[in-house]
Design a protein around this ligand. Structure first.
Ligand code: ZN
Length: 398
């Protein structure tokens, strides 16, 4: 007994099946595209980037398969309703315990895929520098963190729902969900990320002076530039902007600093600043927040039709499993938006730093991060949050 209406269960299965088949086809296109690149004699692709890209495409599909399998297990097979049973008579404390037990089992189920990715993708191609023991320690930390977040979410979102298991309860829970997500977003750089990496302020010197001068030219205040010790975990080189308002910060990977010249780092930083100045972060988080709140509320209001036999608390937890899996058609929309942001940030960087330095930085990063210069069109449209390197470089050289 799943507590879900049979018709709805069929419709959801078809929807997920369609997503699985479509994504399998798209990932297979990328696999073939890369195989074609390795055969072409005039290609600029490095041999390792072909195999690495193919396995990444496979894992892209496996991520969706995992989401579907979790839906099948928790909702299709009724594991969610069954695990609520022992707690159903214990009131609010029971509801809280149920959420924590669910989070623990769900996290354990989700360990296999990152382990397989580490084993057959990142470590196999020398991108990961972690040992099995370090990975295990990371997993433990992650589970602990998830349990704390689940307990807080239960208190914050599920309790109001249980207290207000009447018309209006879902509205309160949605408000709670949004404020909880905002708090998590705010706390992430300060409370969560330091659990996994060490962040240090960029020391005074030529690089800092250069970055400061560039930021001043752009009319921005250099608030915080942090260096993260990512080289302990991975070879990947990157930089990102996080937070909003006075809390905003630029984070440079130490692997990036080790590889790029000061002029190239300045250009990368100008690109990151471009994301901020063009309002990309603000718009993206606003969009995500609206979609999250809207879909959660709709999900709750539709419960009498879809899941009349389930407790509201179980249904709220089901949203966590089900909504990301159902939302696959949004993926190309999000990816397209982010690719547009990348072009805008590149254009901003070309105006405020040396264009040639950005070109050489991108070329160096492509090589270091084992990126392929081109992508299958379907794969790019559906998944790529960054434009393929050839298109991006062409745009910069215009
Ligand atoms: Zn970017």
């Amino acid at each position: 007994m799943t507590g879900l209406s049979a018709g709805w269960l069929w419709a959801a299965s078809l929807w997920l099946g369609l997503g699985l088949v479509l994504q399998a086809w798209i990932c297979a296109r990328q696999w073939q595209h890369l195989a074609g690149l390795s055969r072409a004699s005039d290609t600029a692709a490095q041999p390792e980037s072909i195999g690495y890209g193919q396995r990444r495409a496979l894992f892209q599909w496996l991520v969706y398969l995992e989401q579907c399998l979790r839906v099948a297990f928790w909702l299709g097979a009724g594991a969610l309703a069954a695990s609520f049973q022992p707690f159903s008579t214990s009131g609010l404390a029971g509801a809280l315990l149920f959420v924590v037990v669910f989070a623990l089992i769900d996290q354990l189920l989700r360990l296999l895929l990152p382990w397989a990715r580490w084993r057959w993708v990142d470590r196999a191609y020398g991108m990961s520098r972690m040992s099995g023991r370090e990975l295990g320690a990371d997993f433990l930390r992650r589970i602990g963190l998830q349990l704390v977040i689940a307990a807080m979410a239960a208190v914050w979102i599920v309790w109001p729902l249980a207290l207000l298991d009447a018309p209006g309860g879902w509205w309160w829970s949605t408000v709670a969900l949004l404020t909880g997500a905002a708090a998590l977003f705010w706390g992430r750089p300060h409370l969560i990320e330091p659990l996994f990496n060490r962040f240090t302020a960029l020391p005074n010197g030529e690089l800092r002076d250069r970055l400061q001068a560039m930021m001043q030219r752009c009319g921005a205040q250099l608030e915080q530039v942090w260096v993260v010790d990512s080289s302990r975990r991975s070879k990947l080189a990157n930089a990102y902007f996080a937070g909003l308002g006075r809390r905003k910060r630029v984070v440079l990977f130490d692997t990036l600093i080790a590889q790029l010249s000061p002029a190239e780092l300045e250009a990368v930083m100008a690109h990151e600043l471009g994301h901020y100045r063009c309002g990309h972060l603000r718009r993206y988080y606003l969009l995500q927040g609206t979609l999250l709140a809207g879909s959660f509320l709709l999900f709750g209001l539709l419960q009498p039709m879809i899941a009349p036999g389930l407790s509201s608390i179980v249904w709220a937890v089901a949203a966590y499993v089900l909504l990301p899996a159902l939302a696959w058609p949004l993926q190309p929309w999000f990816a397209g938006l982010r690719r547009r942001y990348e072009y805008e940030a590149d254009a901003y960087a070309a105006r405020h730093a040396e264009r040639d330095a950005l070109v050489s930085a991108l070329e160096r990063l492509l090589k270091n991060n084992l990126g392929a210069p081109t992508m299958a069109t379907a794969y790019m449209l559906f998944f790529a949050t960054h434009p393929p390197a050839d298109k991006r470089l062409l745009q910069l050289k215009l």
